[in-house]
Every structure is written in structure tokens, then in C-alpha cells.
Design a protein around this ligand. Structure first.
Ligand code: COA
Length: 327
């Protein structure tokens, strides 16, 4: 019998934690740390148990804050976990259980315990290769090459046409799947904002969220515009937040369409301008916003924005851009 469709991450955290040891559950949205074993939209079957029941080479499902992550156990004493392709995790997190299978569409890949040494060796080999600066340079070049203009027709044909539009409350599931894979925003926040602000019909809508959807209703790009005070940051005006486009549809104008859709809505709601803060080394994003006429904000706003984020624990320098919506 095919496994039942799992509930959202937010609900799953509560369900998982109250599940007795030995019980199993299908879980979707366990992060991207097991890529390419685990990809966007895949589910994992978790056997509820504590860290004492896990060994090196097992895949642990862990809770970090309000996020679920599936990571390879690289050592139990001391307890250390790592992404399949990346470095080790910082300490912390609560172990919820062992991943015993991965499901992609109709395919189920069991992860039996004899598989452990192979997974451990694979993780160690990949992590070692990944730690070499040369590997990353090659990876970035291959990635940039793949996602550049030449592959656009192929990617366009594979994904099909995308509809870019404002989100309504019925889009919650698609949003949570996308967010589970690509955003570092709590699903509780997204759910609340969509239900109470972004997803409402006119004239009740406040702020807005936009998504790029394929013919099957899957989301491939997302961003929202809203007051920063919704996130408890002491900054005025409305800001574009969480702009992310899935790699397979990059350089197809999706971000440009998402931003245009959000700016139209912000203008309709009477906002005089829209702002964005961007990591100073994120050239793809800076160019995308620049192409839409965003210009550097006043130095004072840039200073206050960096200060607000520093106080919230972030250390990267941000460039603040703004676009006048009245012209
Ligand atoms: C930044 C990002 C949202 C751009 O999405 P996108 O859909 O590929 O952007 P668009 O296709 O609308 O690009 C618009 C223009 O921006 C520039 N641009 C976008 N990505 C670029 C890249 N990787 N390198 C150079 N220029 C780039 C180009 O001028 C592009 O126009 P062109 O393709 O006609 O030359 C996407 O790369 C992404 O999701 N990155 C990871 C998350 C992120 O950094 N988000 C921004 C947080 S502020």
C-alpha cells in the first residue's frame, strides 16, 4: 500500500515528538542536507528512537529550532552529524529518530542497517573532496555552466510554462513544501502571514506573497513583501523578503516576474516605495534588483538596517536598495 501523504513540518514536529519509540512515520520537508539522496519534495520514513539507538552511518532525523533536518551520523561519541555533501553540523538539535527509507514519487529506497558503512564511507569521501577549495571552484563552474543561457531551452522544456501570481490561502501546502526545501523561515510564520495577511482577498490583503507555479501546482520561486515590523525588526516601510528561485528555473526571468508582481501589489496598497536588503556579495540578486530599477538607499537607512540585523545576530554586510513606486 502506498504511504499516506504526510502532514506539514510544523504539525509533524509535534506529532513526531509525541510518537512512542519504535513507531514509524512518513515525513516530508527534511531539508536538503542529504542531497542528492534526498531532493525537493521527497519524503523520509522515520523510526522513532533516541540517539542511543543510532550508530555511525545511520541517517538521523533531527529537530533544529522549528526545522527538521536529516543528517548522516559520523560519530556517536562524541555525537557528530553532517550533511552528505558538506561539513559537520554545529552541536545542538534534538534527535527524533532514524531514517529507514526515502521516497521519491512512487519509488521507495530502503536504508537498511547493513547500508551504514557504505553511507558513512560515502559521506567521509565526499566531505573530504568538498573541503578542498579546488572542488568547490569546479563545482561552481559546472553549476554556473549548467544554469547559464545554453541550458535554458532544455530546462524550460522540462519544467514547462510557469505562472507567476499572488498567493492565496489555498497555496499553503505548496508554499510549505517549497519553504521546507529552500527557505530558512519558520513554517508557523509563513502559515500565519498567509492566513492573516498575504492570502486575503482585496481589500483586506496586507503585504503580499508571490509564487511561480508549474502546471502541476508545484512552486518554483517565491518572495514576499511586507513590513519588517512583522518580523519584529525596527525598520519602517515594506521590504522584499525571502526571494528564492529554484535552480532549475534560474535565469528565466522568474525573479523579475515575482518582484514585478509584488511591486504592483505594493503600489496598489498605496506604498510609496519598496526596499530590499541583500548580502553585499550576492551579485545575482543585486543585478536582479538593479535590472528592475532598484537603487542604493540613503546611507543612514543602510546603517540602521545593518545595525538592526547585527542586533538580531547576523554578521554579513547588507546592501540596501529601494525603488520609488510613485513614478
Ligand atoms: C537571485 C535569484 C533570486 C535570481 O533569480 P532568477 O529568476 O534567476 O533571476 P532572473 O532570471 O529574473 O534574472 C534577472 C537578471 O538578473 C541578472 N542575474 C540573475 N542571476 C544571475 C547570475 N547568477 N549571474 C549573473 N547575473 C544574474 C541577469 O542580468 C538577469 O537577466 P538575464 O538573465 O536576462 O541576463 C536566484 O539566483 C536565487 O534564488 N538565488 C539564491 C537565493 C538568493 O540569493 N536570493 C536573493 C536574496 S536577496
Amino acid at each position: 500500500m502506498p504511504p499516506r501523504k504526510p502532514p506539514s513540518t510544523e504539525v509533524l514536529l509535534d506529532v513526531l515528538e509525541s510518537l512512542p519509540p519504535g513507531q514509524r512515520l512518513w515525513v516530508r520537508g527534511a531539508g536538503r542536507s542529504l542531497y542528492p539522496l534526498l531532493r525537493s519534495g521527497d519524503s523520509v520514513r522515520v523510526l522513532r528512537c533516541g540517539p542511543g539507538q543510532l550508530a555511525r552511518g545511520d541517517v538521523a532525523l533531527m529537530r533544529r529550532g522549528r526545522q527538521l533536518v536529516a543528517h548522516v551520523v559520523v560519530s556517536t561519541r562524541p555525537w557528530r552529524t553532517a550533511a552528505l555533501l558538506g561539513s559537520e553540523d554545529p552541536p545542538g538539535g534534538v534527535t527524533l529518530g532514524r531514517v529507514v527509507a526515502v521516497r521519491r514519487g512512487q519509488w521507495v529506497l530502503p536504508l537498511p542497517r547493513p547500508f551504514r558503512p557504505a553511507l558513512w564511507v560515502t559521506q567521509q569521501t565526499l566531505a573530504l573532496a568538498w573541503a578542498r577549495p579546488g572542488t568547490r571552484v569546479v563545482y561552481r563552474r559546472v553549476r554556473d555552466f549548467f544554469f547559464s543561457g545554453w541550458s535554458r531551452p532544455l530546462r524550460r522544456a522540462l519544467v514547462g510554462p510557469l505562472e507567476v501570481r499572488l498567493l492565496h490561502v489555498d497555496d499553503l501546502d505548496a508554499l510549505l513544501v517549497f519553504a521546507g526545501e529552500r527557505l530558512v523561515v519558520s513554517s508557523g510564520f509563513l502559515r500565519r502571514q498567509l492566513r492573516e495577511r498575504w492570502g486575503l482577498a482585496e481589500p483586506h490583503r496586507r503585504g503580499a506573497a508571490a509564487g511561480a507555479f508549474d502546471a502541476q501546482g508545484r512552486m518554483h520561486g517565491f518572495a514576499w513583501v511586507d513590513s519588517y515590523r512583522q518580523e519584529a525588526l525596527p525598520l519602517d516601510g515594506v521590504w522584499v523578503r525571502s526571494l528564492v528561485v529554484a535552480p532549475q528555473v534560474r535565469r528565466m526571468g522568474v525573479a523579475t516576474r515575482l518582484l514585478t508582481c509584488l511591486m504592483d501589489e505594493a503600489r496598489r496598497q498605496g506604498e510609496p516605495r519598496v526596499q530590499a536588503d541583500i548580502d553585499d556579495d550576492n551579485s545575482a540578486s543585486l543585478r536582479t534588483f538593479g535590472g528592475l530599477g532598484f537603487r542604493p538607499a540613503a546611507p543612514e537607512l543602510t546603517r540602521r538596517t545593518n545595525q538592526a540585523w547585527d542586533a538580531a545576530g547576523r554578521t554579513k554586510a547588507l546592501v540596501v536598495l529601494e525603488k520609488d513606486l510613485t513614478v
